[in-house]
Design a protein around this ligand. Structure first.
Ligand SMILES: Cc1ncc(COP(=O)(O)O)c(C=O)c1O
Length: 479
């Protein structure tokens, strides 16, 4: 007969089978595993102190200590000496965890998740002004069903902006307005035609993007990234690749820039194999210590689909992006857009076109570049001052930085410590950025937190990470 157990202070219900002492320990272990596995004990929840649980279960404290230490070794729970034990944010047995994603903390006090802009800085007044002006002059037809490609007024403004600010070579006919990169990727993947094709993606890369390409019916091959970006030599060794998706301006999430030599090799490979390159320029507007990197599309508009988005420059909720399409794929991708949603909403398109026309978009980007640069400088200073010997990477551009750490164990401990302190951030291996085993690291975004809470967010972050990273460097020094 299963028996119900409860603790004072922290109640914990466990299904246990009474048995001998050894079996008793195994029973408690299995009861806890079951509670975590079933989600009854959610990730991040506090477990009772060993003394209290031993008292309530009527076993020795030693037995509970053994149980906790076994479950910690298996990756179900995380405990630190002198503080509480919690259910691990990635509560799965060790070894089976590399592609399982951590969820953000249940109550997020500070949002330091990567890849998000400051929503509180959204240019509301500019957007309103643009909408008002655009509405006053838009013809009635703008509010009817339109071209799947998007409104001509927006495509013309975008072509001008992309040529001027991003060095692209395109006209309004080459452009397709999308609901962000997420949709653009799906459209291009589906346009590859019937039959399972091979799409190459960077490793590490966003798990959602791999899922989108798979959902289009294709097979994904992941190729690693090093300090010079995608390993093009590994790509050359593959056969029958239909498309490669990459972030050459600033590899997401590692921060590497695709070197000039690899750019030429990649383009030569695509021409030779008649493959498509999908260039994801997701945050190229934000660079701080270097000139902008030229786009692959400008080097060869016949093999490169260029993808841009307003998700970092304005806000992800706007759901606006664009593709610059080579002639040979244009009709097929536009057809996929028509199948998906006919076309992107006219109101957003009109307002965005007006923002571009009046250069309000440029002004907003320039303002945000200064703000993000200050934030980047202050978070780096705080990390370096607060945590001895901390390494930070990927800092010359974008909205994230990366702290490489020794192994997955340290990464998990750091992510759990941050989540426990109410901070949202990602781990490289725990965040699902790798399909196979990967290099551990902590991915921190400095875009999303509103300006008024940014300092506090950084202070809490440093306080949460310090003990974990100090521990890790002490144990590295001992080895
Ligand atoms: C690598 C990468 N590409 C593209 C995007 C933008 O996607 P979307 O335009 O659909 O918001 C993101 C957003 O997080 C990203 O990290």
């Amino acid at each position: 007969m299963p028996k119900e157990w409860a603790t004072s202070g922290l109640d914990l219900f466990l299904q246990l089978v009474p048995a001998s002492r050894r079996r008793q320990r195994a029973g408690i272990e299995e009861g806890l595993r079951e509670a975590i596995r079933s989600g009854r004990l959610p990730r991040g929840s506090l477990l009772p102190p060993t003394r209290a649980l031993a008292h309530d279960l009527g076993v020795s404290r030693g037995t509970v200590l053994e149980v906790y230490s076994q479950l910690a070794a298996e990756g179900w729970i995380v405990g630190r000496q002198g503080s509480s034990t919690v259910v691990a944010f990635n509560a799965e047995p060790l070894g089976a965890t590399t592609s399982i994603r951590f969820s953000p903390p249940a109550r997020m006090r500070f949002d330091l998740r990567p890849g998000r802009p400051d929503a509180s800085s959204f240019p509301r007044m500019d957007w309103l002004r643009a909408l008002r002006r655009a509405f006053a002059s838009a013809p009635n037809e703008a509010f009817g069903y339109g071209s799947p490609q998007g409104l001509l007024v927006l495509r013309s403004e975008l072509a001008g902006y992309l040529g001027r600010a991003r060095g692209l070579s395109c006209g309004s006919d080459d452009l397709l307005v999308t609901a962000g990169f997420t949709q653009g990727l799906g459209l291009v993947a589906r346009s590859l035609g019937d039959g399972r094709k091979t799409i190459v993606m960077e490793e590490p890369s966003m798990p959602l993007h791999r899922s989108i390409a798979r959902a289009a019916g294709h097979q994904i091959t992941s190729i690693p990234v090093d300090a010079d970006g995608l390993r093009v030599d590994e790509l050359e060794a593959l056969s029958d690749v239909a498309m490669v998706v990459l972030t050459p301006h600033r590899q997401h999430p590692s921060g590497a820039i695709l070197s000039a030599a690899r750019r030429s090799r990649l383009l030569a490979w695509a021409r030779d194999k008649q493959a498509i390159i999908l260039e994801d320029d997701y945050d190229g507007e934000f660079r701080y210590d270097r000139r902008p990197i030229g786009s692959l599309q400008a080097l060869d508009p016949n093999v490169v689909v260029y993808a841009g988005t307003a998700s970092k420059t304005l806000a992800p909720g706007v759901r606006l992006g664009w593709l610059v399409l080579p002639r040979n794929v244009r009709d097929a991708v536009i057809h996929q857009k028509e199948l998906a949603d006919w076309h992107t909403g006219a109101l957003e398109q009109l307002a965005f076109a007006e923002m571009l026309r009046t250069a309000a978009y440029d002004r907003h980007i320039r303002k945000m570049r200064v703000l993000y640069r200050r934030r980047r400088d202050s978070i780096i200073d705080a990390l370096r001052q607060g945590i001895t010997g901390v390494q930070v990477a990927g800092i010359d551009a974008g909205l994230n930085l990366l702290i490489p750490v020794a192994d997955q164990q340290v990464e998990r401990a750091a992510v759990v410590a941050a989540h426990t302190a109410g901070i949202g951030l990602d781990g490289l291996t725990t965040g699902g950025y790798y399909e196979g085993s990967g290099v551990a690291g902590i991915l921190i975004g400095y875009g999303a937190a509103p300006q008024h809470s940014f300092r506090a967010a950084v202070e809490v972050l440093v306080a949460a990470l310090r003990p974990v990273l100090d521990d890790a460097s002490r144990s590295a020094a001992r080895q």
